[in-house]
Design a protein. Structure first.
Length: 347
């Protein structure tokens, strides 16, 4: 039986016409350049002092991890960081500091440890850009957003941190509190497994488990189903995984991959699910190995599934480095990659 990694290589890169080998090297599309806002704080990246200075002004510290050419960072800058209401709120409640995920500037942590920007990002296991980490008055993490959040959800995150709600409830509970569950049904797919005994499912075969947390009347969920999961190469990857769909708002009991009995909503809160759709991946031991927890388009969504199926996380803990290598393999086969589109170009 062929290994998963060989299967992936055949289906994603090598299952192309022979003439592809004679084609010119493919190009990368979708790169977008952006600059951090001019109203961010000019910092020496000595975080203990930055936390203290913010606290003295009645503010908290917001660390913004970015990288050059990142279209998700550009979306954050062009939409969230230019929205007048959002910008006014940030200026009132936060000091923003920009950190280049691959940069070489020295960062001194609250505990006095010294890192380069890139080693600091690695130590914090920053897998996506943008990543936003909000620090409290002691320099501890009050909230972390891994990836791009649309403006409305981003404002809720800002308010949660500014009002110090992390002292009382999880961000998941904060988002779900006080409102009725959305009406309607989740969008069905033929690859979703039935049942909620995830403990049994992780040991059933050699496939990893992907748990889709969704909600009804969810626009990003609709986009995922109608734009991303209709893409052929993406769908092939998804169907190589055991997939389960759960309603984030449901109190139905589920047996977790570790064998615990919990309500879905309670488990989601423990996992820190704060965006729908989120996809959390588990290995055969029931350990989480990766997740999608923010807005994402096809190439990155697809690449997360490939990363998990290949078990690349065991050798390459940096998803961004894996992503670069995967894109380069596709381009070497003569096909373009579009990191900001909804259609694979290597069919």
């Amino acid at each position: 039986m062929r290994t998963v990694s060989v299967w992936l290589m055949l289906t994603i890169v090598l299952s192309v016409p022979v003439a592809a080998a004679e084609q010119a090297h493919g190009t990368m599309r979708g790169v977008k350049i952006s600059e951090s806002p001019s109203w961010f704080k000019e910092s020496f990246l000595e975080l203990e002092g930055d936390v203290a200075e913010a606290s003295e002004s009645g503010k908290r510290l917001m660390l913004y991890f970015h990288q050059e050419g990142c279209p998700y960072c550009a979306r954050l800058v062009e939409e969230n960081f230019t929205d007048p209401e959002t910008v006014a709120y940030i200026k009132q409640h936060f000091d923003g500091i920009s950190i280049n995920m691959w940069g070489d500037r020295e960062v001194v942590t609250v505990s006095g440890q010294s890192f380069s920007e890139k080693s600091f990002a690695a130590a914090l296991k920053v897998q996506y850009t943008p990543t936003l980490i909000f620090l409290d008055e002691q320099g501890k993490v009050a909230l972390r957003l891994n990836g791009y959040y649309p403006v409305e959800r981003f404002r809720l995150a800002l308010r949660y941190v500014a009002e110090k709600m992390e002292r009382r409830e999880s961000f998941t509970d904060y988002l779900l509190a006080g409102g009725n569950a959305p009406s309607g049904n989740l969008i069905a797919e033929d690859f979703f497994r039935q049942g909620v005994d995830l403990f049994r499912l992780v040991g059933e075969n050699d496939k990893p488990l992907a748990v889709f947390f969704e909600s009804a009347d969810c626009e990003p969920c609709r986009i995922m189903h109608e734009r991303i999961l209709t893409d052929g190469p993406t769908r092939e990857l998804v169907m190589a995984v055991n997939n389960v769909q759960l309603d984030l708002h449901s109190n139905q009991q589920v047996t977790t991959p570790k064998g615990r009995q919990l309500g879905i909503r309670q488990w989601a809160a423990e996992l820190g699910i704060s965006f729908t759709p989120s996809v959390v991946f588990f290995d055969r031991q029931g350990e989480e190995v990766m997740r999608i927890s923010a807005f994402m388009k096809t190439f990155h969504f697809q690449s997360v599934f490939a990363y998990v199926l290949e078990k690349a996380y065991l050798q390459q803990p940096s998803f961004q480095r894996y992503l670069s290598a995967r894109g380069e393999k596709i381009r070497e086969a003569g096909y373009d990659t579009d990191i900001w589109g909804y259609e694979s170009l290597h069919r």
